[in-house]
Design a protein around this ligand. Structure first.
Ligand SMILES: Nc1nc2c(ncn2[C@@H]2O[C@H](COP(=O)(O)OP(=O)(O)OP(=O)(O)O)[C@@H](O)[C@H]2O)c(=O)[nH]1
Ligand SMILES: [Mg+2]
Ligand SMILES: [Zn+2]
Length: 292
């Protein structure tokens, strides 16, 4: 009978699998996967078997979700890190990451790092923008240890990916959570003087009763495209509200008798809504050129 486990790492056709009894083992992939065009990725739950030549992954269990960049499956949470000092928070990126989460059933957790370098009220504006959606917001400092326990509690029992701009402190936070990992840090400065990014191939670390994946600043968790009318359903503040709009395909822009527009300023932050309109335009533009 096959045993099951979680893929933590895959390099050169060998996979490190965390078996369900808690030990880490190395498996080969069977040739069959290549023929089917399916490649095991980190986060995959797999069956593996023991044969004459050692252990090999024999089956990939059904995926809850899958992302390409970085290649990771079965994400439970995305820890979206922004900085309260430098670099300045990119809330457009934050919204786009949240949209990916909502589309693929991943729980976003917002971490505002570097609070040691910020005024006490530095997080107020961001809090106000995301509070109506109800997302968890953790104020943290990798340098001083603030928020570390709260992040650990989010990781327990979950597969989590850290994402966000370069140099916001993703690797530093993971190091603060698990000092033994000693991930490379340095953000932008390292990138410019060595001409490449400091965070390399995708690897899940089995920590705090869950698993974490560090990503370099440029990954956007890219997946598939979406229909413009799907976009508002990726905003918890707008989800399901269309039923109250006059038009069944209302995009909540300038249509008459829209049920969403009256929510702006109360249940929907004006800033989040402004960025929604920009992202919506980008989607519509992209679709226009799709068949050029
Ligand atoms: N003061 C302060 N500095 C921090 C904190 N967290 C990280 N830094 C510093 O910010 C810089 C970038 O940190 P990294 O952890 O490398 O950032 P990153 O998000 O992993 O960056 P990429 O891997 O490039 O995406 C480093 O110089 C860290 O020492 C913090 O909480 N407070
Ligand atoms: Mg990093
Ligand atoms: Zn509407």
């Amino acid at each position: 009978m096959a045993d099951t486990g979680l893929i933590l790492k895959g390099v050169g056709g060998f996979y490190t699998v965390l078996s369900d009894n808690g030990t880490e083992i190395v498996c080969r992939a069977r040739g069959r996967f290549r023929k089917d065009g399916i490649t095991p990725v980190v986060g995959d739950r797999v069956e593996y078997v023991e044969d004459g030549e050692g252990r090999s992954v024999s089956k990939i269990l059904p995926r809850r979700n899958i992302f390409i960049r970085p290649a990771v499956a079965n994400l439970d949470k995305l820890i979206i890190v922004a900085s309260l000092s430098a670099p300045k928070p990119d809330l457009m990126l934050m919204d786009k990451l949240i949209i990916r989460c909502e589309k693929h059933n991943v729980e976003p957790v917002i971490v505002l790092n570097k609070c040691d370098q910020a005024d006490a009220d530095a997080a107020d504006d961001i809090r106000a923008q995301y509070a109506p959606a109800g997302y968890t917001i953790i104020i943290a400092s990798a340098a001083k240890g603030d928020g570390v326990d709260a992040i650990k509690a989010e990781i327990a029992g979950n597969i989590c990916c850290f994402a966000g701009q370069s140099a916001v402190g993703k690797s530093s936070l993971i190091n603060a959570i698990v000092p033994e990992l000693a991930l490379e840090t340095g953000g932008l400065s390292r990138k410019t003087d060595r001409g490449r990014h400091t965070t390399r191939h995708a690897q899940l670390w089995h920590v705090c009763g869950g698993a974490v994946l560090d990503t370099p600043g440029f990954s956007l968790l890219e997946a598939d495209e979406m229909e413009p009318k799907e976009l508002c359903e990726c905003y918890r503040e707008m989800r399901g509200k269309r039923i109250g709009c006059r038009f069944g395909e209302c995009l909540h822009r300038s249509e008459p008798d829209c049920a969403v527009k009256p929510l702006i300023g109360t249940a929907l932050s004006p800033e989040r809504y402004e960025r929604y309109l920009i992202i919506l335009d980008e989607l519509i533009e992209k679709r226009k050129h799709k068949y050029d």
